[in-house]
Write a protein that binds this ligand. Structure first.
Ligand code: CTP
Length: 400
């Protein structure tokens, strides 16, 4: 499940040109499963009509203290929400909130609020640099309000090399998800995730590799980041872009992966070994390209190291170690044997022969087995959702 599933988010919007980006924010939150209540100031409603947000969130929009529900809703909403995001937060809104002025729905709600608040300021660069704005933001920070941005970039008036532009919706969402997940047992923990295939050279142009895309590992790394974890992603070759806010270390061969895992283990609270390292590599790698004529009829292979087994001694005491097993038939029994053999706390098993599971898909169907005998079956879900179910299992096992 995504960090947003079933969460109640209030999106406060004050009146600036960045309002158009708030529509994208509203849409993304709703798509991710959040219940989104939008609160517009009068000025915001001049930029984007309430109807737009109603259509994007499927919920009524609040604009006035004097509407039928307004009088009480401004107190209730600010206390019930899991998170309040104010984007854009204009200079005027920041000033009113910092002073405790409560002359419209949004400012009154923020004054009465006990929920975490994330402000995404957006304004002219001169207004942002002005002393009153600096003082207002400092006062709000002392009251526990969180802030993201503003960034340097184009403003309504043209390009600028000073901050003023609202952060992009994706960045706001990533930051907001971290605030939501501060209750997670993974918050501030070091999580090492390996992902993707390895590549073993036959000669300078030919390799032995496998069909792993890395998607499962990348999805787990993102899910862990969104729970506030400090994530190291050790990635084999592939085409996936590096995820925002995650340290990525690239490796190519199984031997390089082993070194990277060994180095990371002493400080890792969790190792999730989602990579598909090659089990065999060519016994020798030719220094120059082997010609077709007179080339070998067979390639002699030698086994690579079993990384999980070989690095077991480098594990930190109390850490949670997770392996994967992609089988073809009899997956659960084989998975349980592998869990024992490799000294794992959890193993994620799937069957490559099932449609919608395994490599090169966006979905997966897995069974998660625990050393304690537990078994969780996850029906076909997006890999990100599978990652969240797995992290729920990891959280149960991590020492508080
Ligand atoms: N793994 C590892 N080192 C290897 C190969 C695999 O640490 N050289 C890890 C994988 O990342 C995965 C787990 O071990 O988390 C199981 O991988 P799998 O290939 O299923 O295990 P093998 O021991 O190679 O078993 P099999 O004989 O079924 O191939």
């Amino acid at each position: 499940m995504s960090a947003w599933q079933g969460r109640h988010v209030v999106l406060g919007v004050s009146g600036g040109i960045a309002c158009y980006k708030s529509c994208i924010l509203a849409r993304r939150l709703a798509e991710a499963g959040a219940r989104v209540d939008t609160v517009l100031t009068e000025a915001a409603a001049e930029f984007v009509r309430p109807l737009t947000f109603e259509a994007l969130t499927g919920r009524p929009v609040l604009t006035s203290l004097w509407s039928r529900d307004g009088a009480l809703a401004h107190v209730r909403l600010g206390q019930d929400a899991d998170l309040i995001i104010v984007a854009p937060a204009t200079a005027n809104l920041l000033a009113r909130v910092a002073q405790g002025i409560a002359d419209d729905f949004l400012s009154a709600m923020l004054l009465a609020s006990t929920s975490p608040v994330l402000l995404a300021p957006a304004m002219n660069d001169e207004m942002f640099a002005a002393a009153p704005t600096t003082a207002n933001l400092a006062a709000l920070a002392r009251r526990g309000f969180h802030t993201i941005g503003p960034e340097v970039g184009a403003l309504a008036e043209g390009p600028s090399d000073r901050p003023g532009r609202m952060s992009e919706p994706e960045a706001i969402l990533a930051h907001a998800a971290r605030l939501l997940r501060r209750d997670s047992a993974l918050a501030a923990r070091r999580i090492v995730v390996t992902a993707g295939p390895t590549r073993e050279s036959i000669d300078p142009v030919r390799v032995i590799t496998n069909r792993s895309s890395g998607r499962m590992g990348y999805a787990i790394a993102e899910a862990a980041r969104d729970r506030g974890a400090d994530v190291l992603l050790i990635s084999g070759p592939g085409s996936l872009p590096p995820p925002a806010g995650i340290e990525v270390q690239r490796i190519e061969t199984t031997a390089e992966l082993e070194t990277a895992v060994r180095n990371a283990l002493p400080t890792a609270d969790v190792l999730i070994m989602a990579a598909a390292p090659a089990d065999y590599r060519p016994a020798t790698s030719a220094a120059t390209k082997t010609p077709r004529e007179g080339g070998p009829a067979a390639i002699e292979l030698e086994p690579t190291t079993d990384i999980l087994a070989a690095t077991a001694g480098a594990r930190r005491e109390g850490s949670v170690i997770v392996g994967f097993a992609l089988e073809t038939g009899d997956a659960v029994a084989k998975g349980r044997a592998k869990l024992e053999r490799k000294g794992l706390d959890l193993i994620v098993v799937n069957d490559a022969l099932e449609p919608g599971a395994g490599f090169e898909t966006d979905t997966n169907r897995v069974t998660i087995l625990g050393r304690d005998g537990s078994r969780v079956d996850v029906s076909i879900r997006l890999k990100r959702e599978v990652g969240d179910v797995l992290l729920d299992e990891v959280e149960k096992r991590i020492a508080r």
